[in-house]
Design a protein around this ligand. Structure first.
Ligand code: ZN
Length: 186
């Protein structure tokens, strides 16, 4: 599991690691903490709201997220359950439960799929249980963009990409960009 955190970088589709099922993080060590802190920096540099360990080449069940409040959306300010995080959050060995509500479409992007976005259907409210950087378990309920972010990142831990979930029309629109990524990898 040893990897130099300073060597980590965001990997792009079609890297194999993005298609593997990631493995549980056995213990929250200093090394895991360093990797998580590096992932937060990489996410911020790329202006993303979430980043999963497979996206930096590590098949670990861990992701980071920082979902900002949307000032235009009054519902997001102090909404219950929350739709944003006040600061970056690290989720180790996360598990989702209790999805609720009618699935909603939303145009999702992904840091591993530059220039690609597509409409994905997801339930609007869900609960996440995970371990934090101190090794303590926690449970949160989220809605809106936060709930969507959790589901997108946990998909990454199972080797699932928005390409697998987006509408046929979105996939058709993204066809050229997908092919370009596949070509630049070979
Ligand atoms: Zn993604």
């Amino acid at each position: 599991m040893a990897v130099d955190p300073s060597s980590l970088a965001i990997v792009l589709y079609p890297a194999d690691v993005l298609r593997r099922r990631a493995e549980k993080v056995p213990a929250v060590t200093d090394h895991v903490r360093q990797v998580a802190i590096t992932m937060i920096s990489l996410m911020q540099e790329a202006e993303g709201i979430g980043l999963a360990a497979p996206q930096v080449g590590l098949p670990w069940r861990m992701f980071v997220a920082h979902v900002p409040e949307s000032p235009e959306d009054e519902r997001s300010v102090g909404s219950d359950p929350p739709t944003a995080t006040p600061a970056p959050v690290v989720y180790i060995n996360p598990v989702l439960s209790l999805p609720e509500g009618i699935v909603e479409p939303y145009d999702e992007g992904c840091l591993s799929l530059p220039n690609i976005s597509g409409e994905v259907l997801r339930p609007p409210r869900i609960t996440i249980s995970a371990t934090d950087l101190e090794g303590r378990p926690f449970t949160s309920r989220g809605a809106g963009l936060l709930a969507r972010c959790w589901q997108h990142e946990i998909d990454h831990l199972d080797g699932v990409l928005i390409l697998d979930r987006m509408s046929q029309l979105s996939r058709l629109r993204a066809r050229r960009a997908i092919r370009e990524l596949e070509r630049s990898a070979t």
